[in-house]
Write a protein that binds this ligand. Structure first.
Ligand code: PLP
Length: 430
C-alpha cells in the first residue's frame, strides 16, 4: 500500500501530537476541581511511593520459598496489619481481592454456600448494583429476596427489617453508607436483629471505610467489603473482612492463597498500596472528617441560600461527612454536569456505574422524590484534598449555571401539567 504525503506527515508527527495531548491532559488535571470522590479517588503520592518498589524491583511471588519471594511476603503481611488496624480487625480476618464488586459477590455467595438449607436474603432497594444484581440473579436460581424500602431521607425502617427476618434467612446484606446520598444506616441495630434470627450479616462498606471509625471487634458484622480506589489507593485492589469462625466458601478456587479464601497470585503492588492507604486513612480520619463536614456545610448552605428551589437529598444528620446530593428543580442533572465540566468541575449525577444512562437514579426513586428533583439532582463528594478555594469556585458558578438552564427549561411554563405526565409515566413503567 502506498502512503500519501499527508499520511507520512501525520505518522511523523504522532510523537509531537501525543506529547502535546499529554501536556494538555496534565494541565487539565492540575486545574480540575475534583468533587467526585465517591466515584474514585486520586492515588495518594505516599501510596505510589510505597507500591513502586513492588512493581519495579521486588517482583517475587510471596508464596515462594526463597528469600526474594520472602521479602515480598513480608510486605503483604505488613499491608494486612495496616488494613486490619483500619477496620479494628485481626490480620487473619482480612482477605485481599480485586475490588468492592468482588467482595460483595464473594460474601453473598459464601454466605449462601455455607448454609445451603436457607433460601432467603434480605437487602435494600438502594444498594449498589454489585449487591442488587447478584440478588436479582439469585432470584432466578430459586432464592427469595426481600428488598427493604427507604423513606424520603433514604433511611430504613427497622420494623420492616424485623418483620422480614425468618428462620430461613441466610443473609442480611446492607450497605453501611449510600454512595449517592451518603445516608448512613444503623448498622449495629440491623446486625443485632440479624443475629437474633441466626442470619449472617454482610456490610458493603465501600463508601464508609476511612470516613467512619470502624471496630470489627465490637461489631455485629460478619463480613465487610472495602475497595482501594475509594480510599486513595489504585483501582483493582480491595479486601473482604471475614470474621473468624464464620464459615466461608471461596468464590475463586485454585491455589491456597489468602488461607484458601481467594485463590490467585496476589496483586502485591496493589496490596502494599492498600496497606499504605489504610494507614493514611486511619491517620487522617478525625481531621479529614471535621474539615470535609465544614466544607460540605458551607457548600450546601450557600447553594440553598443563593439558588431558589433546591434541596439536599438524604439524611440530614446520619450522613457521610464528604457527600452532598442536591436536587435543583425543573432542570436536568446531566445538563448541570456538562456546564460544570466546562468550568473544569467534576461532579456526578449518581453512581459512576450507571452514568450515561438516562434512567433516574434507583436510589432517589426508592426515596420517593418528586420527578422534578429526581432528574435535577447532582452529587458532590469531597475528600481530604478538597480546598476552600475549590468550594468557592463551585459556589461562584452554580447560580448562573442553574439560572441559564432554568431559563431554557421547557417545564417552567407548564410545570404542573408536565409533572403530572412524568409521574404518570413513572407509575406505568414501575
Ligand atoms: N459498593 C458501593 C457502595 C460502591 O460505591 C461501589 C463503587 O462505587 C462498589 C460497591 C463497587 O466497588 P468497585 O468499584 O471497587 O468494584
Amino acid at each position: 500500500m502506498e502512503w500519501n504525503v499527508n499520511q507520512h506527515s501525520l505518522i511523523k508527527n504522532i510523537p509531537l501530537i501525543l506529547s502535546s495531548y499529554h501536556v494538555k491532559l496534565e494541565a487539565m488535571q492540575k486545574d480540575c476541581i475534583y468533587l467526585d470522590n465517591n466515584a474514585t479517588t486520586k492515588v495518594d503520592p505516599e501510596v505510589i511511593e510505597a507500591m513502586l518498589p513492588y512493581l519495579r524491583d521486588y517482583y517475587g511471588n510471596p508464596s515462594s520459598m526463597h528469600t526474594f519471594g520472602g521479602q515480598v511476603g513480608k510486605a503483604v503481611r505488613q499491608a494486612r496489619e495496616q488494613v486490619a488496624a483500619l477496620l479494628g480487625a485481626d490480620e487473619s480476618e482480612i482477605v485481599f481481592n480485586s475490588c468492592g464488586t468482588e467482595g460483595d459477590n464473594a460474601a453473598i455467595r459464601a454466605a449462601l454456600l455455607a448454609q445451603p438449607e436457607k433460601r432467603h436474603i434480605i437487602t435494600t432497594q438502594v444498594e449498589h448494583p454489585a449487591v442488587l444484581n447478584v440478588c436479582k440473579q439469585l432470584e432466578t436460581q430459586g432464592y427469595s429476596v426481600t428488598y427493604l424500602s427507604v423513606n424520603r431521607q433514604g433511611q430504613l425502617d427497622l420494623d420492616e427489617l424485623e418483620a422480614s427476618l425468618t428462620g430461613n434467612t441466610a443473609l442480611v446484606t446492607i450497605m453501611y453508607a449510600n454512595n449517592e446520598t451518603g445516608t448512613i444506616f444503623p448498622i449495629e441495630q440491623i446486625g443485632l436483629r440479624a443475629k437474633e434470627r441466626g442470619a449472617l450479616f454482610h456490610v458493603d462498606a465501600v463508601q464508609a471505610v476511612g470516613k467512619i471509625p470502624l471496630n470489627m471487634k465490637t461489631s455485629t458484622i460478619d463480613m465487610l467489603t472495602m475497595s482501594g480506589h475509594k480510599i486513595h489507593a489504585p483501582k483493582g485492589i480491595g479486601a473482604l473482612y471475614v470474621r473468624r469462625g464464620v464459615r466461608f466458601r471461596p468464590l475463586l478456587i485454585g491455589g491456597g492463597q489468602e488461607r484458601g479464601r481467594r485463590a490467585g497470585t496476589e496483586n502485591v503492588p496493589g496490596i502494599v498500596a492498600l496497606g499504605k492507604a489504610a494507614e493514611l486513612e486511619l491517620f487522617h480520619i478525625e481531621e479529614a472528617t471535621t474539615r470535609e463536614k465544614r466544607l460540605r456545610h458551607r457548600l450546601e448552605q450557600t447553594l440553598i441560600a443563593t439558588i431558589a428551589e433546591c434541596e439536599v437529598n438524604g439524611d440530614p444528620t446520619q450522613r457521610l461527612p464528604n457527600t452532598t446530593n442536591i436536587g435543583f428543580k425543573y432542570i436536568e442533572g446531566e445538563a448541570i454536569l456538562l456546564h460544570l465540566n466546562k468550568h473544569n468541575i467534576c461532579a456526578s449525577s449518581g453512581s459512576a456505574c450507571s452514568s450515561g444512562s438516562l434512567e433516574p437514579s434507583h436510589v432517589l426513586r426508592a426515596m420517593g422524590l418528586p420527578y422534578t428533583i429526581l432528574h435535577g439532582s447532582i452529587r458532590f463528594s469531597l475528600c481530604r484534598y478538597t480546598t476552600e478555594a475549590e468550594i468557592d469556585a463551585v459556589l461562584s458558578v452554580m447560580p448562573s449555571v442553574v439560572e441559564r438552564l432554568r431559563a431554557l427549561s421547557p417545564f417552567k411554563s407548564d410545570q404542573a401539567n408536565w409533572l403530572q405526565q412524568q409521574e404518570q409515566a413513572l407509575l406505568i413503567k414501575s
